[in-house]
Design a binder for this molecule. Structure first.
Ligand SMILES: Nc1ncnc2c1ncn2[C@@H]1O[C@H](COP(=O)(O)OP(=O)(O)OP(=O)(O)O)[C@@H](O)[C@H]1O
Ligand SMILES: [Mg+2]
Length: 1137
């Protein structure tokens, strides 16, 4: 259940000062104290939050608290900074109003903390997501970085902001943060070179020295000992509760998150180190001959190290510390610097270096947190500017800071008090004027363009001639003497003449927050903020990208002789811009109050609080709130917001909004004095009335919500019910269908069973009947069949009988006819025989008759004569036919006429023989002597070779020519011819086989009756002449080759080289001739002819076997001969295909 809460619940004192029963300053302070004592540090004045610094951590900023305040009405819970942040955020998100949160208060009052709390609250409640979280984280992490470089310990605050900061956080339409822009205002840079007693330099110096690793320090040429550095005041180096080393890590981490590159971080740290080094550079005077004083650097080591860090040439910087170049009338004049000037130059450089670094850091952070989207942004600005300060010794910085606070007070006055009063008047509301102090007059004293203090300071700075702080004070004394907020001993205003609290070199301003005494010393200088050009040029020359960037005016190419605007005027301008910016936004105020000066918790110094509440104008603020109205709203939006509280205005009011509001308020139980009708707005006096309206509205909304819920639920459930009903009908329809189907199926199946039984029974019955019928039919059929069979058989038998009868008849008929025919045939044959016999008998009879008749004409031996005659006739016929069919006279003609009578067989054969002998004789008688010799030779050849040598048949048809070379006639063989005396029987070219290798050589072979000769074929020279008696035998093969071996008698003169192996185409002729010579010669034996396929020959000493083998014809060479070894010579004779 929701817990109803209200500002009024468990209130300590009053949560809203407007609700104070008796409003006096005492009751006001007492209320603050009471609440402070109970840890209630926040109190409202209407919508303004007063925040008391508790100086200790309170458990009121937990995530649970964030949730508690989230989306709650401002007055609903006890006062809290989160309520203000939530109100601002929601009005930004839901009403599209740009917001600004103005946090004011003196130094140490808790402004920076408050601004961080606001930011963290907004970060916690706005949208989430990877991108959004990154933006949030960057926005939040920009704080530690800026605090390290821009905050320092002062006597009032251990973490005092020494610069003004205004941060615009940008949101999209959903309220998600997109990015931000930070503006910084005037860093108190004098702190870099000098700090008041009990204060420190900026945190970063201490953090770097305590937190950096040894390596980093070595690289930066730094020593961890603070006392080594002139710019770090020693007396307050360590601050209670501040862990510089841990903070350094936090800062580095934050820089990384914000998006600084590692090299950028390094550059920044190098610059910080350089500032420390710069502070250690010391000068000593050196008198020159012309009497002027010159400064010299005491120990150049620090200078050297600094130059190394920043990449500056040492001599350049050294010169810049010794000389100052002034340009006058286009001429450059270098003047030497004395020790004081050198120190001034050094400090100016350190201050500039540091403050420019700080400005660069802000712009670098801005670059990272810049919103990306180009859509329209909603903006929430958070202003955390240095608080109002009053030190013992106040200088230009305090003057500037307090001027800024003056302006802020003015805007507060303008927007809250004056605006409010003016609005009442505008709206025609009765109003009793509340007196309040308007500080516009003080602002005018400072910023007036003609005679304001800043304008005069500028004038003094720009004025030619000697300008000192005193001349500036003189000027102030004359011009501001009459101003009621300006006090000076030497002013024309005589009332201060004897005021000893006012030293001569000071002036005092009565600020809205109190009187502050300013010492003029340094005003002119600080306003001028001059850095010698030699120094800026030296810096520009540095081989360090960041330094170069920080001193753009040092670029010799861009020398600008125009004076830069003074610090005062710059600040005035930026404050002006800030004020204009703030005026466009919806302001939310946090007024910070510090309860004591000791930074102590639980201590409430009444006087201090009273003072602050006075100068902050808090009482006036409450008074205005109480006297006037706590809340106002245009009629339209009021009616729109509360129209549900009255039946007449709900849901629509048709008529002017004001009337609607009047009707509405008239109906509500709110006393009439609680509200007033303005021209365009309704004014509600007390917040309670507003709470009441809000509460009623909330109830109404709840009721409406309930109604809507009710109707919606009704609709939802009715729809659900209808759906259920519809589905139930569908379900039941389906179920019924299913049940009926089931039932039907059951009936159907039982019907089918019954049916089947009945049908079965019927069928069986039918079957029985049919079977009976069938049997009857079958019986009938069988009987019929039998009957028909019997009948058929009977018929068949009858028919068969008939056929048999018919056949018998036919057969009988046939037999009968046969018998008749045979009888006829026999009769006819008998008749024919008889006729023949008659004829024969007739013939014989006739013959006999003839013979009987002619017998008387023949003699008794006539028969023999007839016989001889017949024989004679036959022989005659035979010879005549033989004569006509004689065969040819060729001896080889085998034809002979056929024998006509068997008895002539012997005669016929004899006649044939005689005829053949005769025709042979005839043939022979035609032969000449030579031909006869030839045939004799042929006959001899036949005897020798027929059926013995395969070559023989081919030689039969070749005539034996003998002298193939015509040796006697051919002149070519003349020489040979003369060598041979005998008659040449045969002359032919033969192939002599080489005994060694079997290769053939052509030789002329001559055969005479006595010898045979082998001669060279070309020359005719006789190679061998062998007498025939030396030739014992001739060997040839049985095959078709022409090889023959002439075997010589052993020991004869011709046989020296051995036997001859020759080959000739006319082998048969040669051998036959050799044989015939042997046969005819009476003096010697006949030559043996040895026909065999293997025979031995004598080659010199070797007996070589000549072997004939069957081979294959190669390259047309029919017979090849090869000496295989010394025992074998092989002749390959191709087989005839
Ligand atoms: N709400 C708070 N809870 C706890 N401590 C606080 C709170 N507000 C401020 N303080 C303490 O007070 C100190 C000073 O606060 P803070 O730095 O915000 O002052 P400031 O108003 O910004 O001062 P300056 O004008 O010098 O910057 C803080 O360092 C912190 O210790
Ligand atoms: Mg601060």
């Amino acid at each position: 259940m929701e817990v109803k809460t209200s500002l009024l619940d468990n209130m300590i004192g009053v949560g809203d000062m407007v609700l104070l029963e008796v409003l006096t300053e005492d009751s006001f302070i007492e209320n603050l104290r009471k609440r402070f004592d109970h840890n209630e540090i926040y109190t409202y004045i209407g919508s303004v939050v007063i925040s008391m610094n508790p100086y200790r951590p309170l458990p009121i900023y937990t995530p649970e608290k964030v949730e508690e305040y989230r989306n709650r009405n401002f007055y609903e819970l006890s006062p809290h900074i989160f309520a203000l942040a939530d109100e601002a955020y929601r009005s930004l998100r839901d009403q599209d109003k740009d917001q600004c949160i103005l946090i004011t208060g003196e130094s140490g009052a808790g402004k920076t903390e408050a601004s961080k709390l606001v930011m963290s609250y907004v970060a916690a409640v706005c949208g989430k997501g990877q991108e959004v979280n990154k933006v949030k984280e960057q926005l939040l992490q920009s704080n530690p970085v800026l605090e390290a470089f821009g905050n320092a310990k002062t006597v009032r605050n251990d973490n005092s902001s020494r610069f003004g900061k205004y941060m615009d956080i940008e949101f999209d339409f959903k309220g998600d943060p997109l990015g931000g822009v930070i503006s910084n205002y005037l860093l108190e840079k004098s702190r870099v070179v000098k700090q008041p007693r009990g204060e420190r330099n900026f945190h970063i110096f201490y953090q770097l020295l305590s937190g950096a690793s040894d390596d980093t320090l070595k690289r930066l040429k730094l020593d961890r000992d603070f006392s080594k550095y002139n710019y770090l005041s020693l007396d307050s180096a360590a601050v209670n509760g501040l862990d510089d080393a841990a903070n350094f890590r936090t800062v580095r981490n934050a820089m990384q998150i914000v998006g600084f590159m590692e090299d950028e971080v390094q550059s920044v740290l190098e610059l910080v180190a350089a500032v420390l080094k710069l502070g250690n550079i010391e000068f000593k005077p050196e008198s020159r001959s012309n009497g002027t004083d010159e400064s010299r650097i005491k120990d150049k080591n620090d200078l050297k190290e600094m130059c190394e860090l920043l990449g500056i040439e040492q001599s350049v910087l050294e010169r810049a510390f010794s000389y100052r170049t002034v340009e006058a009338k286009m001429e450059k004049v270098a003047t030497t610097l004395n020790v004081a000037q050198a120190y001034y130059a050094r400090d100016a450089l350190a201050k500039n270096l540091y403050s420019r670094l700080f400005t660069w850091l802000v712009s670098r952070i801005n670059e990272s947190i810049k919103a990306q989207a180009k859509t329209r942004h909603k903006v929430m600005g958070v202003l955390d500017i240095y608080g109002f300060e009053i030190f013992e010794d106040n200088s230009f910085e305090q003057f500037i800071i307090n001027y800024c606070n003056e302006k802020l007070q003015q805007i507060f006055i303008e927007l809250t008090l004056r605006e409010e009063q003016e609005e009442y008047i505008r709206e025609g509301i009765e109003w009793t004027n509340i007196e309040y102090f308007n500080n516009a007059i003080i602002c005018d004293l400072i910023e007036n363009n003609q005679n304001g203090i800043l304008a005069m300071l500028d004038e003094e700075c720009l004025r030619p001639g000697t300008v000192t702080d005193e001349t500036f004070l003189d000027k102030l004394n004359t011009i501001c003497a009459e101003h009621q907020h300006f006090e000076s001993r030497l002013s024309k205003n005589s009332k201060f003449l004897n005021d000893h609290s006012l030293p001569h070199s000071c002036f005092r301003i009565q600020h809205y927050a109190g009187k502050v005494l300013y010492r003029v010393e340094g005003f002119v200088d600080k306003n001028n903020d001059l850095l010698y050009r030699d120094l800026s040029q030296a810096m520009y020359k540095a081989n360090h990208s960041l330094i170069k960037q920080l001193f753009p005016e040092g670029n010799p190419a861009k020398v600008n002789l125009k004076r830069p605007p003074t610090a005062g005027s710059q600040f005035k301008a930026s404050v002006g811009t800030l004020m204009r910016n703030l005026q466009t936004k919806n302001p939310n105020y946090i007024r910070c109050i510090k309860p004591n000066d000791k930074k102590a918790s639980h201590v409430f110094t009444e006087s201090l609080v009273r003072h602050q509440s006075r100068y902050l104008g808090l009482m006036e603020n409450v008074r205005v709130r109480r006297a006037g109205y706590a809340f106002r709203q245009p009629y339209e939006s009021c009616l729109e917001r509360y129209k549900m509280l009255c039946k007449r205005t709900w849901p629509h009011w048709k008529g002017p909004a004001r009337e609607g509001v009047e009707v509405l308020m008239g109906e509500l139980p709110v006393p009439a004095e609680e509200y007033s009708y303005g021209r365009s707005k309704i004014f509600i006096r007390n917040p309670r009335t507003l709470f009441f309206l809000e509460e009623r509205r909330r109830q109404c909304l709840q009721e409406l919500a309930t109604l809507i819920q009710k109707i919606y639920r009704g609709w939802k459930w009715r729809t659900y019910f209808l759906r259920l009903k519809k589905s139930q009908i569908v379900v039941s329809a389906w179920y019924r269908r299913y049940a009926q189907q089931k039932k039907y199926d059951k009936i159907k199946s039982s019907t089918i069973v019954m049916q089947s039984y009945i049908r079965g029974w019927q069928a069986r019955k039918l079957l029985r009947r049919l079977k009976y019928q069938k049997r009857c039919e079958e019986a009938v059929t069988t009987i019929t069949a039998y009957w028909h069979g019997t009948q058929a058989r009977m018929e068949l038998r009858r028919l068969k009988q008939e056929v048999r009868n018919k056949h018998a008849v036919t057969v009988i008929w046939a037999y009968w006819l046969g018998t008749k025919a045979r009888r006829e045939l026999r009769r006819l044959k008998e008749e024919a025989r008889r006729k023949h016999a008659v004829a024969v008998i007739w013939a014989y009879w006739q013959g006999l008759k003839v013979r009987r008749e002619y017998r008387k004409y023949f003699r008794a031996n006539a028969g023999r004569k007839i016989y001889e005659f017949t024989i004679q006739r036959i022989m005659q016929k035979y010879f005549l036919s033989l004569k006509s069919s004689m065969p040819s006279k060729s001896p080889i003609d085998k034809n002979w006429p056929a024998r006509p009578y068997l008895f002539l067989d012997a005669v016929h054969t004899e006649l044939r023989r005689i005829f053949h002998l005769w025709r042979c004789k005839k043939y022979r008688s035609q032969f000449t002597e030579e031909k006869k010799a030839v045939y004799e030779e042929k006959l001899e050849a036949s005897k020798l070779f027929k059926d013995k040598k395969a070559l023989y048949p081919s030689s039969v048809s070749q005539p034996f020519k003998g002298d193939y070379l015509e040796i006697r006639k051919n002149p070519k063989y003349q020489k040979l011819n003369s060598a041979v005396e005998e008659k040449v029987l045969l002359a032919d070219v033969v192939n002599k086989i080489n005994r060694a290798n079997g290769k053939g050589t052509a030789r002329i072979f001559l055969l005479t009756k006595k010898n045979f000769v082998l001669a060279d074929q070309k020359t005719g020279q006789v190679k061998a002449s062998v007498p025939l008696p030396d030739l014992t035998s001739v060997s040839v093969s049985t095959q078709s080759d022409g090889f023959f071996a002439l075997r010589l008698k052993e020991g004869s003169a011709s046989a020296v080289k051995g036997d001859f192996l020759l080959s000739s185409e006319h082998l048969i002729e040669i051998i036959t001739k050799l044989h015939r010579i042997g046969a005819t010669a009476a003096d010697r034996e006949q030559i043996d002819i040895d026909i065999s396929d293997e025979f031995l020959v004598q080659f010199k000493q070797d007996k070589v076997c000549v072997k004939f083998v069957q081979g294959v014809a190669k390259n047309g060479n029919s017979v090849s001969c090869k000496r295989k070894n010394n025992r074998l010579l092989e002749v390959s004779v191709p087989t005839k295909a």
